[in-house]
Design a protein around this ligand. Sequence first.
Ligand code: PEP
Ligand code: MG
Length: 568
Amino acid sequence: MLKAIGVSHGIAIGKALVIREEVAQVKESKVLDVEKELIRFNNALEQSITDLKKVIEGVIEKLGSEKAEIFEAHLCMLEDPEFIGSIQKKISDDKFNAEFSLQTVATETAAIFENMDNEYMTERAADIRDVSKRVLNILMGIKVASIAEIEDECILVAKDLTPSDTAQIDKAKILAFVTEIGGRTAHTSIIARSLELPAVVGAGTGIRIIKDGDLLIVDGEEGIIIVNPDEKTLTDYKKLQIEFIELKNQLGKYAQMASTTTDGKTVELAANIGSTADVEAVLKNGAEGIGLFRTEFLYMSKDALPTEEEQFEEYKSVLEKMNGKPVIIRTLDIGGDKKLNYLPMDEEMNPFLGYRAIRLCLDRTDIFITQLRALVRASAYGKLKVMFPMICNIQELRMAKKLLEQCKSELKSEGVVFDENLEVGIMIEIPSAAVMSDVLAKEVDFFSIGTNDLIQYTLAVDRMNEKISYLYDFYHPAVLRLIKTVIDNGHKAGIKVNMCGEMAGDTNLIPVLLGFGLDEFSMSASSILRARKTITNSSFEECQKLSGPILSFGEADEIKGYIKANLK
Ligand code: PEP
Ligand code: MG
């Protein structure tokens, strides 16, 4: 049995599929039989084209045509006579082996694209490398499982999954996943929760004992992985699996209830989403709005920056599906653990402290303005609110607001109708913003506390690093003090204070946060019903009493113990 960090509830039982990144070592050699080498290359090319077409069909069918765009671009490259012709020429004229010819031409072509002045072309370099690797793997007999191509039910086992890997997961095939690295608030874990897929992360190198086809039990609540269980363990977990499903069904009754405490205090219970596809679960679980739309996933599902029109359609579709309920859309938060293949960024020593979110947007105003225009236009179709991430000082907020105003006046002069009273808020996720929240509150319509980052920055604990995950603690008194400060400062300025970090869905902390006066709780759709059960069974007065002494404690464990002892 392996024990790690359970990040998404549920029990899965199934066969392991181990994803290993094998690096192809290409050797340079000359061939005697050029014809034979050309046939070998052409066969690998044909095989890659057939595989890609299959992938495209499957992805369109299961995940929609948008997610297939990247693969379609790859297919175009394999059918490009100039690119392929140069490789064939290198084999026939220079008599180099197929692998070396392919790698040389691909590297040269990618470099040409990278040096072009046109951003779209620069971004194609990554595609060339990607698609060449596909052909190279076939030539070298290396089998690499691609998530979008998985055909049989399995539990994924990997060193790490990127958020874009996770975004390709088809729930009908992938029962759960287990990774060596990662933490509870890594974006891959957040996506697992939104997919309601059991997941255990941060399991370390211990999971390298797992082989393809091993039978696994994954308990996403307890963070347990059992490899090739005996009959008794298997029977026990099958029972637990049924109990989990029954419990989930029982929670169904909370979907239609208001989020009101036993003594009449109503708060808002909202959901976090990454795309239009997630709205179905939001409505099914009866969320009262969307408290965080992480727009970067829209950028990650494409192979080039999404246009104003594409973004407008996506935002409009979410607003229309939400039918007048509030939708907080956060502007692009790329960087940290979220990368765009087509937007090359310099390697950074500390990506989470680096060129990320609003910092990137205020630098790349072309990207930012495209998004702001799409947001303003979409505001005519529902109750949209704009939110800026990673604000660390008032200048950033003012600059972002100025660009938003500029977009509004341009659109107005173009005769576009939009919501003139569009609300603007910021995420409080950097300690400096929490400390200065009295000042910031005067210039925004709402706050949303992003505890995922606020905790990592307050405690100097990388949210992705499993080795120090024991330090990443929702209950740290410094974190709770900052949260209370933000809520009080927001209320003093007459604005609402929300929370959209994962802490908002912690049922032991919800009564404390209610007592602190938090106005809105936004979380993965899969956590809504448990949270509503907690809220509707709590008395606001009791919650205030419970939270009263919290700030006087000096230790996280004391706080945990106190809450446990006093929660009814
Ligand atoms: C947060 O930091 O709490 C948050 C909600 O943003 P993200 O998890 O996307 O960084
Ligand atoms: Mg954040």
